[in-house]
Ligand binder design. Structure first.
Ligand SMILES: [Fe+2]
Ligand SMILES: [Fe+2]
Length: 119
């Protein structure tokens, strides 16, 4: 998980913490604004984090920046799709959303984000 860049590692812990809030609330039977507010908090933190990560990669002229930024856009689009569906369902989170979060943590935070640590 550790990228070796402290600010990014802290961001990742914050994102994982915000994901856990959604999951905990969902498992406690919550829906509506309790879930939607937590999803918005995760979305905002994610946008800030992706921007910071891309700025860092630009600063060190990382060769994977373009590809990494495209993957961020794709993740945000998929996230937005899930958020929209859950919004229409009155804040009822679902398995597809939690699978997406798991995919994101495993393949990106614990995967590709190591890209920029290797310079
Ligand atoms: Fe990241
Ligand atoms: Fe990333």
């Amino acid at each position: 998980m550790a990228t070796g860049i402290e600010a990014m590692d802290i961001d990742h812990q914050v994102l994982i913490g915000l994901m856990a809030v959604i999951e905990t609330r969902h498992h406690a039977g919550q829906s509506g604004d309790d879930i939607l507010d937590a999803i918005i908090a995760l979305a905002n933190a994610t946008m800030d984090h992706f921007a910071a990560e891309e700025a860092h990669m630009a600063e060190v002229e990382h060769p994977a920046l373009t590809r990494h930024a495209l993957i961020h856009r794709d993740l945000m689009e998929r996230f937005a799709g899930h958020a929209e569906r859950i919004g229409h369902a009155g804040g009822q989170a679902d398995e597809a959303f939690f699978n997406f979060l798991e995919f994101w943590v495993l393949t990106h935070i614990n995967g590709l984000d190591k890209d920029y640590a290797e310079l």
